[in-house]
Design a protein around this ligand. Structure first.
Ligand SMILES: CC(C)(COP(=O)(O)OP(=O)(O)OC[C@H]1O[C@@H](n2cnc3c(N)ncnc32)[C@H](O)[C@@H]1OP(=O)(O)O)[C@@H](O)C(=O)NCCC(=O)NCCS
Length: 430
């Protein structure tokens, strides 16, 4: 038996796609209760296997610039697939850092548990390091797989609900600007600029992936009905906010009358307030559900009853892996000025990350150099990944045994250096 792991060629793209759950009608996420979704269903039903025309259009996306598809071949047959997409992720200090996003991962049922995913991951990690990406990220369809490759949760997402009857806003001046209901074509043209402006100053947000908004359409999505779109324009006439939402026709009486907000981004507080004021007051509806929002949604603090916004599910979102520890730690900015030495042990996939590192940080620059001295603390590579974007709690990780301080003040100082406000968050996955 011969095994080969390599990048695919364009004429192998259809075989590559057929391995992936979304193209062959198989589930691609854990079932309820761990899974969650904006609408009344636990998760959207898998689509039927892709048609030849769909495969051809997906193939174009797979072979696009900045996408690096890799496959496992056993005796010449393509049996495993994954890909890395080049992104920029915003890290503390509002700095865009190159990141390899792992996606579309699957091995066919007959060839599982033989090390093919591990070999594809090795190939992708090496490729990302060669391209100069200091970070890798992914969203984990199962929480038990990716820790062994050095990934750890770094952002969080929640699903929340508000009953329309409790959705009153606290008194505040009326937001400037105007709202406009638009079709999918207008939404497709508005999203890139709004998202780009938001993501550049929001820690955890990603640059758009190739073709990110191509799928927005006015066609009906089964019982969910069509997606609807609303734009906000500031007083200067420029679009400064967009929302995508649906009004699904519920299968039970209890599900009827729900507005499901799929995405909303705004570059100004006025645009944000105006969009939510509209969505929370759609006539003939009872409830608004948003999935994939941040833990600390500013909307809560615009309502006269903050408890009206009820978080009904919460989950890790993007997992992060440090590919090049000293480069990554020097690329972000820190909340205070301090010098801390950290010992990192046990990173077999990227052994260059192991050792003792001196982090010399101010709020405007940072350096990270290898040293040979007694560290202030020891931290495992997962805990450092969880703290990297500014979320997570150093105190809790220490309590859990992931950080071992050598000085009484070491964990507090680590926390003050890394933690940011608000929490890192990514509006879109990949
Ligand atoms: C998940 C999947 C890609 C793993 O591929 P694979 O080739 O079987 O994985 P490997 O044999 O390389 O396993 C590597 C390690 O991960 C572990 N692992 C693999 N799948 C796992 C799972 N579902 N749950 C827990 N551990 C798993 C293996 O035990 C192995 O551990 P070890 O090397 O530390 O002993 C494959 O099982 C699959 O396609 N599953 C269905 C679709 C799916 O879940 N895809 C989404 C992944 S995001």
């Amino acid at each position: 038996m011969s095994t080969e792991i390599r990048a695919i060629t364009p004429d192998e793209a259809a075989d590559y796609l057929r391995v992936l759950p979304f193209a062959n009608g198989l589930p691609s996420w854990e079932p309820s209760p761990a899974a969650w979704y904006g609408g009344p269903e636990p998760w959207p039903a898998p689509p039927p296997p892709a048609s030849a025309a769909q495969l051809a259009s997906y193939a174009e996306e797979v072979m696009a610039d900045g996408v690096h598809p890799v496959a496992a071949f056993v005796d010449g047959r393509l049996v495993g697939a994954s890909a890395m997409i080049e992104f920029e992720v915003t890290v503390p200090g509002e700095i865009g850092v190159p990141m390899g996003g792992v996606t579309s991962t699957a091995v066919i049922a007959t060839h599982r548990r033989r090390g093919l995913l591990r070999s594809m991951m090795r190939h992708m990690v090496d490729g990302a390091r060669e391209r100069g990406e200091s970070l890798a990220m992914l969203s984990a369809s199962e929480g038990s797989i990716y820790g062994r490759f050095g990934f750890s949760p770094a952002t969080t997402r929640v699903r929340w609900e508000i009953d329309r009857g409790q959705a009153g806003f606290a008194p505040a001046p009326a937001p400037a600007g105007e709202l406009e209901l638009v079709d999918a074509a207008a939404a497709r043209s508005a999203w890139p600029a709004v998202h780009d402006a938001v993501r550049r100053r929001s820690v955890g947000e990603l640059s758009a992936r190739p073709g990110q908004w191509d799928g927005l359409s006015d066609n009906s999505l089964g019982s969910d009905g069509p997606m609807r779109y609303v734009l906000h324009r500031g007083d200067d006439g420029e679009v400064d906010g967009v929302a995508n939402y649906r009004l699904p026709w519920g299968r039970t009486a209890g599900d009827a009358g729900t507005v499901v907000v799929d995405a909303l981004q705004a570059t100004t507080p006025d645009a944000y307030r105006a969009l939510w004021q509209l969505l929370l007051d759609v006539d003939l509806t009872r409830r608004v559900v948003a999935a994939g929002g941040p833990q600390d949604e500013p909307l809560r603090w615009m309502l006269s009853n903050p408890r009206a916004l009820r978080i009904t599910r919460q989950s890790d979102n993007l997992w992060l892996r440090l590919l090049d520890l000293p480069v990554a730690l020097a690329q972000r900015r820190y909340e205070v000025q301090d010098v801390l030495t950290l010992r990192v042990v046990d990173d077999p996939m990227c052994p260059d990350n192991e050792g003792t590192w001196r982090l010399d940080a101010t709020t405007s620059e940072a350096s990270c150099t290898r040293v040979d001295s007694e560290p202030d603390l020891a931290i495992d590579i997962h805990a450092l990944a969880t703290l990297y974007l500014g979320g997570g709690s150093a105190q809790l990780l220490a309590f859990a045994g992931r950080i071992e301080p050598n000085r009484d003040d070491a964990v507090g100082r680590l926390s003050r250096l890394f933690r940011i406000d608000p929490e890192p968050f990514n509006s879109f996955g990949f």
